[in-house]
Design a protein around this ligand. Structure first.
Ligand SMILES: [Zn+2]
Length: 287
């Protein structure tokens, strides 16, 4: 018998029976086996220790009610699948560090935009993600990742408007000030950060954003501030009509997704080097 989960839907905000939502849609290369990584809180002290487990049947969560799941799937899911299919042939390590041009002869940009926003709503909360508490280790501080000491009202004000925007399939134009960026994931991996704030230790500049990635596509929803990375802006896609189909050229930067840290695109070799450095710090601490 199917599992019954009652909770608050992350799109319509009603307390209802929640459905099993594949994030991203199962047709967008999200139906098979995958490896999940979470911070092992028992082992994590100075440097994060990630625990890996095998999961079947794709990545899913009970976050949307049956109605919202069906609606967004029907309205936007098909186009998202089409874009993921067009990107897949380019999403491999041979393109590491490159920006690839992907021609999509026909696409409904507003539908893809709203599916990406649906994914961001499904994986973000109006409050700061608790999971990132675990990253407040010396290693995380080096990367400039922190729980915000300031309020995150820009995100909490934008999210209800974004949810309304998703539920009105014809609505276009940006409902709130935010930017949506995309990139290509070149290795079979995924990550979701929830809403995080990242700051530059050298300039003190900060950005408030949420990131979700699943091979072959990564998305970054920026509420405030600037992010330093080269990403492809899809913010203009919000201006199209629901029934407007156009040819599009995407210029997507290609990134490794080895780290679970937000906007961390280090290659496997760079990760190995940094792990070795962390081990040296640990060894020195124990000595
Ligand atoms: Zn709902």
């Amino acid at each position: 018998m199917a599992k019954e989960v009652i909770g608050v839907c992350k799109i319509c905000d009603n307390k209802r029976k929640l459905s099993k939502e594949h994030i991203p849609p199962s047709a967008a290369f999200n139906a098979g086996e995958y490896k999940a990584q979470t911070i092992d809180e028992h082992k994590t002290k100075d440097v994060n220790v990630w625990r890996t487990s095998k999961k079947q049947g794709g990545h899913f969560a009970y976050v949307l009610c049956v109605e919202c799941n069906n609606r967004t799937g029907q309205w936007y899911g098909g186009e998202y699948k089409k874009l993921a299919g067009a990107c897949a042939p380019f999403a491999n390590p041979s393109n590491a560090g490159k920006v690839v041009s992907i021609e999509v002869p026909k696409l409904f940009p507003l539908r893809v935009f709203k599916q990406a926003l649906t994914i961001m709503c499904g994986t973000s909360h109006d409050e700061m993600s608790d999971e990132w508490t675990g990253t407040m280790s010396p290693a995380a501080a080096d990367l400039g990742i922190a729980k915000p000491d300031k309020d995150i009202s820009l995100a909490t004000k934008a999210m209800p408007l974004i949810r309304e925007f998703i539920l009105d399939k014809e609505a276009n134009g940006l409902p709130a000030p935010f930017q949506l960026y995309a990139y290509l994931v070149i290795n079979p991996a995924g990550r979701e950060t929830g809403i995080v704030k990242m700051f530059s230790r050298s300039t003190g500049a900060s950005a408030l954003f949420a990131e979700f990635a699943w091979w072959p596509l990564g998305w970054v929803l920026v509420f405030d501030g600037d992010i330093k990375d080269d990403l492809f802006s899809t913010t203009g896609w919000s201006q199209y009509e629901y029934d407007e189909e156009v040819p599009l050229t995407l210029r997507l930067p290609c990134y490794w997704l080895e780290s679970k840290m937000p906007l961390d695109f280090r290659s496997p070799m760079e990760m190995a080097e940094s792990r070795a450095r962390n081990q040296l710090i640990l060894d020195a601490g124990c000595g």
